[in-house]
Design a protein. Structure first.
Length: 79
């Protein structure tokens, strides 16, 4: 398990279908409440999808750390 260099949270790395590395939060336990709003999820097939979590909703899957890191903007590449 790795550590986020910005917020020091535990993360794991996975490769997307496009071959890019994505930081992920530790696995979510089925039925565990998630923060509401848009969440980026990596499927088992390596597809990156954005889903909308409603209030009181739950999620079973792997959430991108970019969706939960308070310092995610520091990682965005300037173009």
């Amino acid at each position: 398990m790795a550590i986020c260099t910005k917020c020091k949270a535990r993360i794991e790395w996975a490769r997307t279908r496009a071959g890019r590395w994505m930081p992920l939060d530790p696995p979510v336990v089925r039925g565990e409440a998630c923060k509401t709003g848009g969440v980026v999820v990596l499927t088992q097939a390596g597809d990156v999808v954005r889903i909308e979590v409603r209030a009181g909703g739950s999620l079973a899957g792997r959430v991108s750390h970019f969706a939960t890191c308070p310092n995610a903007g520091d990682f965005r590449q300037r173009r």
